[in-house]
Design a protein around this ligand. Sequence first.
Ligand code: ZN
Length: 104
Amino acid sequence: MTTTDTPTTCPAWCNGDHLTTTNDDDGFHHDAEQYSLLPANQDNTGGDAYVFVNVAQFVPADGEPCPAIVELTPDNGPTVRLTPSEASQLALALLVAGKTAHQR
Ligand SMILES: [Zn+2]
């Protein structure tokens, strides 16, 4: 078994569909089930512009697993990688903003 083979132990949140890096010798990612949201306000081109949320953890071929992170990826933008604490802070900010936007 090489270090890049599918591991026998995954985090509880891993869907088992491991994504390898472009170089298989680098390692692989544990990935959770992806959540997607299609906002009502689309991008300027009129196309669908989903926002994807995923939990991922990189496991280097030659080292200990990196901490799990939350990835926020808009269809037309770069991926934002957040620590679990940062993701929780963003979630709280979104809850407050959503509640504020509902006020009259
Ligand atoms: Zn896994």
